[in-house]
Ligand binder design. Structure first.
Ligand SMILES: [Zn+2]
Ligand SMILES: [Zn+2]
Length: 417
C-alpha cells in the first residue's frame, strides 16, 4: 500500500500563497499554487516554497478555484520545469489566466520582481474535469461544490481506501451558491481562514445595513469595495432589497457577473434572481463615474482591496469627509488602501476623514464550521490553512479533545494519513 501524506508549500499557518499537496510515496499531487498579496520592505508578493527538485516530483496539479491566492504562482511550476497538466472545473479555468495577468500587472505597477515570465504563463496546459467521481491520471478523485465562488470545488482523493479531502476555500452559508458536503475521509487539508472566530452571518448583514442607513441619514456616502464575484453580488442584492431610500451606484463588472451567475444553474441556489430595482444605477465608464460621484450614494466597486484605479477614484472622492464611510468586507492585505483605511497611522498620513469599518461576509469556514467539517467527514488528521497560527489555537484545542490531530506545516515536513 502506498504511503500517503499531506503537506504544504505555502498557506498553512498563514494567509495567502496557498499551495498544498498530497504525497503518494515519492510523487506529489499539487493542490493550488497561489500568491500572497503583501508588500514588505520593497518585496512585492510572496510565493510558495517551490524549486526544481520539488517540481520534478509533481505528477499533476489540481486547482480548487480561480482566486489569486490559489492560482497566481501557477506559472512558477512551469518555470521550474513542470510539463504536465493542470486540472480544474471549466468555470475555474475560464478565470484563472485573468487572475494571473491581474497579479502580473499589479507587481509591475508596484515595481516588484516577478519570478516567472509570460512564456511560463503560455506553457500552462489546462484540462477540464467535472463535478462528481472520475479517474484522472490514475487517481480516483471526486469533486464537490464549495460555495466559495463559481466553479470552486473540493477534492476527495481515494488511494486504495485511504481518503484525503482538500477543501480549497469553502463556505457553508453562501447566499447564492450551493455547497456539497463531502463524505467520510481519513485526513483533510481544510480551509480555516476564519479560525479563531465565530461569525454569525445574519449579524454581519444587520451591521452592514445599519452602517449604510446611519451614513445615509447623516448626509454621507458609503464606499463598498467588493470583488465583483461572490459577495459583490450577494451584497448588491441584499442592499437593494433592504434599503428604503438611497441610490446604489454599482460598477458594471458586478452586474455582468450577476447576469452570468444566474445562468449557472449547476452551481447557484434555486430562485436566485438578477432583477434589481431602479434604486440601482449601473456605472459603465469614466463619465458615469464622474456623474455618480456628484451625488450622495452607495458606491459598489469591483475590487475588495482598493488596488485598481477605478476603486481609487471613488476612494479619493469619499475619503475627505467624516460624513462618509468606507466599508471593507473581506481580507485587506498589508500595503493596500483597504488595510490602510482601518489603520490610524495610514489615516493620519493620507488625510482619511471618512469613517471605516470591517464587516465580514463569510466566504470561508469559521471555528464552528471547521468543527462541523471534522465531524461530518470523520477526518482524524487535519492540516489547517489560510490563517496565522495564533488564530488556530482555540479550534486546535477543541478538536484535540476529540482525538483529532490538527496541524499547520511546511514541506518537507509531512503528516501521514
Ligand atoms: Zn478564494
Ligand atoms: Zn483563498
Amino acid at each position: 500500500m502506498s504511503k500517503v501524506c499531506m503537506s504544504s508549500f505555502g498557506g498553512s499557518g498563514e494567509n495567502g500563497r496557498n499551495c498544498h499537496c498530497i504525497t503518494v510515496d515519492d510523487q506529489i499531487i499539487l493542490l493550488d499554487c497561489g500568491v500572497k498579496r503583501e508588500i514588505i520592505d520593497g518585496t512585492v508578493g510572496f510565493y510558495p516554497n517551490l524549486n526544481e527538485e520539488v517540481v520534478k516530483k509533481i505528477s499533476c496539479v489540481f486547482l480548487s478555484h480561480c482566486h489569486e491566492d490559489h492560482v497566481a504562482s501557477l506559472p512558477l511550476v512551469y518555470h521550474y520545469g513542470y510539463t504536465g497538466k493542470v486540472y480544474a472545473t471549466k468555470e475555474t479555468i475560464a478565470e484563472t489566466v485573468g487572475f494571473i495577468k491581474k497579479w502580473m500587472t499589479f507587481v509591475e505597477k508596484k515595481n516588484g520582481v516577478l519570478p516567472y515570465t509570460q512564456e511560463d504563463v503560455d506553457k500552462i496546459q489546462f484540462e477540464e474535469i467535472s463535478l462528481g467521481h472520475q479517474v484522472v491520471e490514475g487517481y480516483d478523485v471526486t469533486l464537490g461544490r464549495t460555495g466559495h465562488v463559481l466553479g470552486a470545488s473540493w477534492y476527495v482523493f481515494n488511494f486504495d481506501g485511504k481518503k484525503v479531502l482538500y477543501t480549497g476555500d469553502m463556505v457553508l452559508q453562501s447566499a447564492s451558491l450551493q455547497t456539497d458536503i463531502p463524505e467520510h475521509v481519513d485526513g483533510a487539508i481544510l480551509n480555516g481562514a476564519y479560525a479563531g472566530q465565530s461569525l454569525n452571518q445574519q449579524e454581519q448583514y444587520n451591521r452592514l445595513l445599519q452602517n449604510v442607513k446611519d451614513t445615509w441619514s447623516n448626509g454621507g456616502s458609503v464606499l463598498l469595495p467588493i470583488p465583483p464575484k461572490g459577495r459583490g453580488i450577494d451584497i448588491t442584492v441584499f442592499l437593494d432589497e433592504h434599503l428604503e431610500e438611497g441610490t446604489i451606484y454599482v460598477e458594471e463588472a458586478v452586474i455582468t457577473s450577476m447576469n452570468a451567475l444566474v445562468k449557472q444553474t449547476a452551481w447557484v441556489k434555486e430562485g436566485l434572481s438578477n432583477q434589481l430595482s431602479d434604486k440601482v444605477v449601473v456605472v459603465k465608464n469614466a463619465e458615469d463615474r464622474k456623474e455618480a460621484l456628484q451625488h450622495q450614494g452607495i458606491f459598489i466597486t469591483g475590487d475588495g482591496m482598493i488596488t485598481t484605479d477605478v476603486s481609487a477614484e471613488y476612494y479619493e472622492a469619499v475619503k475627505g469627509s467624516s460624513k462618509n464611510m468606507i466599508l471593507i468586507t473581506g481580507h485587506a492585505a498589508t500595503g493596500t488602501i483597504a488595510a490602510g483605511v482601518l489603520n490610524d497611522t495610514f489615516r493620519a498620513e493620507n488625510g482619511v476623514e471618512a469613517k471605516a469599518d470591517k464587516i465580514i461576509f463569510k466566504v470561508h469556514l469559521d471555528d464552528e464550521d471547521i468543527e462541523y467539517m471534522a465531524e461530518v467527514t470523520g477526518a482524524k488528521t487535519l492540516v489547517l490553512f489560510h490563517a496565522n497560527p495564533e488564530h488556530n489555537v482555540r479550534i486546535t484545542e477543541r478538536l484535540e479533545k476529540k482525538n483529532i490531530v490538527v496541524t499547520t506545516l511546511q514541506y518537507p515536513n509531512t503528516i501521514a494519513i
